[in-house]
Design a binder for this molecule. Structure first.
Ligand SMILES: Nc1ncnc2c1ncn2[C@@H]1O[C@H](COP(=O)(O)OP(=O)(O)OP(=O)(O)O)[C@@H](O)[C@H]1O
Ligand SMILES: C[C@@](O)(CCOP(=O)(O)O)CC(=O)O
Length: 465
């Protein structure tokens, strides 16, 4: 097989934290220019009933995991039933889980026998981890630069872009290409998605909302989760991997891009939060105070829906009336302190003209306000007071900032801003931050890159393999 490569994006959940755990609600997740990459190759192995699968992650110490995969069991279709033995390296539940899921899928549907030795090399873009002490290396054509860390993957602090979801997605795509692909027919993206969701949940030992895997596969989307029972049935062995992965999952993944000239800016916060702990506090509150939490959930859902609808309206306006769109964006790109002052100078006529943008601004304000209410009522630090100050300061200091949120589970992980740029802006934005703010947040070198899983040119990795 010839050398091939895939990449998948990192994520920022701009709307829908906590609510996305319930299939009733829509969320909005943006795919990022920081991506996970894999380069892979396979050769016929000496033993046609066994594969040696080697995964290398050269950016981290001890980044080599080798598995022997056999097919001598009778019922190969359940998640745990193919013989997968680790023969080298520390444990990496995500890598192992993808191998188990794909081989069980192949065993179950009898598409192709094992018998290839496989080598997969993983790379991830710099912004997934803190840069401290890392050395950069560049591919020989100069197109890719990655950071090489001294420590192992579990010891380098993360920025929260969803590295495990990206890893599981590119590995699933690579192994599916080797084990499942027949002739020239591409593997359906929905199959990659379903297999990756199963593998991610199995590795984590819990069934999350899956927005991170969905963004890694489909890119920037309005997301509504699948029924968690689908995966529960595979994990407890009631259903085969193939039976579940081949089904229609009935989940939402409609592509919604950030509108032109609306730039995502993300900052990493010194500190960090424990997402499972925050989730458990919120769910406890939801269960113990149903009438109180229903009101907050409903308001938050309305704000999330308004955000999504406003993004769609802005995209539509740009298509239909680019002059009006640019006039509006020119206006907003120069303002600061939109959080408090945007509405003051508007007469009804202006409000009508700029309706879609005002919808977006008010959606962000309302999301934040409901997140603060949830913080108070559930005792989960979703938008704690220091983050409130920081988001307000950023909105006041960054020209064109139409608002910011604590993405995902919130807490002390990150902030995400939406900033209207000038028509000419193409490179990184200059953010005139005061030193006190600059000290508290490090701006990440990324932006929206809406495309999900995609093939890459293997030449971009030459010199790094
Ligand atoms: N480049 C990589 N090479 C090998 N394993 C990786 C790589 N990136 C991520 N992983 C695996 O994913 C794990 C990190 O997953 P975890 O879910 O804790 O973080 P995350 O997905 O980045 O989190 P978050 O959802 O907060 O962004 C690592 O410990 C490792 O097992
Ligand atoms: C709180 C939650 O809705 C979002 C977690 O987001 P993040 O991993 O903190 O980016 C949990 C989930 O969706 O699995």
């Amino acid at each position: 097989m010839v050398l091939q490569a895939f990449s998948a994006p990192g994520k920022a959940l701009l709307a829908g934290g906590y609510l996305v755990l319930d299939p009733e609600y829509n969320s909005y997740v943006t795919a990022l220019s920081s991506r996970m990459h894999c380069v892979f190759d396979s050769h016929p192995s000496e033993n046609e009933l066994k594969s040696i699968v080697s995964i290398l992650s050269p950016q981290f110490a001890y980044g080599k995991w080798v598995y022997e995969v056999g097919s001598n069991s009778d019922s190969k279709d359940r998640i745990d039933s193919v013989d997968v033995h680790q023969i080298e390296g520390p444990s990496n539940p995500f890598v192992e889980s993808v191998i188990r899921v794909i081989t069980a899928y192949v065993g179950g549907s009898d598409i192709q026998k094992f018998g290839d030795d496989i080598l997969i090399t993983i790379f991830l873009d710099p912004e997934y981890h803190t840069r401290d002490g890392a050395q950069a290396q560049t591919s020989s054509n100069g197109k890719r630069q990655f950071l090489y860390h001294q420590e192992d993957i579990t010891s380098v602090p993360k920025t929260g872009l969803g590295s495990s979801a990206g890893l599981v997605t590119v590995l699933t795509a690579a192994l599916a290409q080797i084990y499942i692909k027949k002739s020239d027919i591409d593997i359906p993206l929905d199959l990659i998605h379903n297999l990756a969701q199963i593998a991610h949940c199995y590795a984590q030992g819990k069934i999350g909302s899956g927005f991170d895997v969905a963004a890694a596969v489909y890119g920037s989307i309005k997301y509504r989760r699948f029924d968690p029972e689908l995966i529960a049935d595979v994990i407890d062995g009631a259903k085969s991997v193939a039976e579940t992965a081949n089904r229609e999952w009935n989940f939402g993944h409609q592509v919604v891009l950030l509108p032109p000239r609306v730039r995502l800016v993300m900052g990493d916060i010194k500190g960090g939060s424990n997402t499972p702990k925050l989730v458990s506090l919120v769910l406890n509150w939801k269960n113990s105070k149903p009438s109180e939490s229903d009101v907050v959930y409903e308001k938050l859902n309305n704000a999330n829906e308004l955000l999504i609808a406003s993004l769609q309206a802005l995209n539509a306006l740009h298509e239909e009336n680019p002059e009006l769109y640019d006039e509006m964006m020119d206006y907003f790109s120069q303002l600061t302190q939109l959080q408090t002052h945007w509405y003051l100078g508007f007469n009804d006529n202006l409000k009508e003209r700029y309706l879609a943008m005002l919808g977006l601004i008010s959606a962000i304000r309302s999301i934040r306000s409901q997140m603060r209410t949830m913080t108070r009522l559930s005792a989960a630090s979703i938008e704690p007071i220091p983050q409130t100050f920081l988001l307000n300061q950023l909105a006041a200091q960054v020209p064109g900032c139409i608002g910011g949120v604590v993405p995902g589970a919130g807490g002390y992980d990150a902030v995400a801003l939406l900033v209207v740029t000038s028509k000419e802006a193409s490179g990184p934005l200059a953010l005139p931050l005061e030193p006190e703010v600059e000290h508290r947040v490090s701006m990440l070198q990324l932006r929206e890159e809406a495309q999900g899983l995609k093939p890459e040119d293997v030449k971009n990795y030459t010199g790094l393999l």
